[in-house]
Design a protein around this ligand. Structure first.
Ligand SMILES: Nc1ncnc2c1ncn2[C@@H]1O[C@H](COP(=O)(O)OP(=O)(O)OP(=O)(O)O)[C@@H](O)[C@H]1O
Length: 319
């Protein structure tokens, strides 16, 4: 668990972070979003003490980070940045092995961990473990950056716009991989982005910052349907609001459990916008749904997608 209590950071007379308090639960995926200069990166870099806080307290699992050695603190956390920052003269394997090496892991364990991480990030270990960063594409370098951050099995992963320099397809596949890794490992993630679609897709909760202050911290559904201010509404945008709304709920949330129908089923965790796309592609208004074990879990009707729920329409008008 990460706790900020009334944390302030000033650069000269400029207050970059202004009395911010929040808690990130163990295992949560927390996104920080906001306009340029709103203080997101400063908040993130205070967690691993790359930037010291001026006022307030930051605690990890109840322990004030001011009482920990910065190097020790950083070894407990993974950190991924947009520019990746791999060591150019080191192989992929050596880059990934940096922190386990510092922690004194046995060689065989490090080698196995590098293999496991390359496979997890969809990089063939035989081909890439001995490669140098300049031999990799931008997306592959960022995969290695994520593998390096995860190498010593940190309980906290800090990510500062890690995918924003990537093309949309590579970005989407890394988002999917990161989500799967998060679900599998239960790592607590704090992720800075400018992109609301990325925030809605990845976050359990989204914290919106403006001028160094935290102005809303809520689930993706609440950010969409109950924006706390015009700024939050603008960040969400009106374009394709309905599809964004469908993207934050799953087929399982709306399926009619007692019904059954034949056809290729959708998994209950499929987002509703994908279900809509399937209906259009198959020319059908009903799709069978299965649970995580492949057992029948009801039927989703086209009309269920527009069924009014609380906060079901765009706040303040048409989208
Ligand atoms: N080392 C520094 N010295 C002086 N001012 C700084 C320093 N680091 C950040 N700032 C200022 O603090 C404010 C917050 O910066 P920060 O990088 O946290 O914003 P951000 O929300 O992450 O922005 P962006 O989305 O553009 O990366 C900005 O006005 C920035 O100019």
């Amino acid at each position: 668990m990460i706790e900020f209590e009334q944390v302030t950071k000033r650069f000269g007379s400029w207050t970059a972070v202004d009395a911010v308090s929040f808690t990130v639960a163990e295992g949560e995926f927390r996104v920080l979003i906001g306009p340029s200069g709103s203080g997101k990166s400063t908040v993130l870099r205070m967690i691993n003490r790359l930037i010291p806080a001026d006022e307030g307290a930051i605690r990890i699992d109840g322990e004030d980070i001011a009482s920990l050695k910065p190097e020790e603190l950083r070894r407990r956390m993974g950190y991924v940045i947009q520019s990746v920052g791999l060591f150019p003269h080191w192989t992929v394997e050596r880059n990934i092995a940096t922190v386990p090496g510092l922690l004194g892991w046995p060689k065989a364990r490090i080698r196995d961990r590098v293999t496991e991480l390359l496979e997890l990030l969809n990089l063939d270990p035989r081909r890439y473990r001995g490669a140098y960063p300049h031999q990799l594409s931008g997306g592959q370098q960022q995969r290695v950056g994520v593998a390096r951050a995860l190498a010593a099995e940190p309980r906290i992963l800090l990510m500062d716009e890690p995918f924003s320099a990537l093309d949309p397809i590579t970005r989407a596949s890394l988002q999917t991989e990161l989500s799967a890794i998060h679900r599998r490992t239960g790592t607590t993630v704090v992720f800075v982005t400018h992109d609301m679609d990325e925030a809605l897709r990845l976050g359990d909760r989204i914290a919106v910052m403006d001028h160094g202050r935290l102005i809303q911290c809520a689930t993706p559904l609440d950010i969409l349907t109950r924006p706390a201010s015009p700024l939050v509404r603008d960040l969400v945008g009106r374009e394709e609001w309905g599809l964004k709304r469908l993207a934050v709920e799953t087929v399982g949330d709306r399926a009619r459990r007692q019904e059954s129908v034949t056809g290729e089923p959708l998994a209950a965790e499929t987002p509703l916008h994908r279900a809509l796309s399937e209906m259009v592609a198959r020319g059908t208004e009903r799709l069978p749904v299965v649970d995580g074990d492949g057992r029948p879990a009801g039927v989703l009707h086209l009309s269920d997608l527009v069924r009014p729920t609380s906060g079901g329409v765009v706040p303040g008008g048409t989208a």
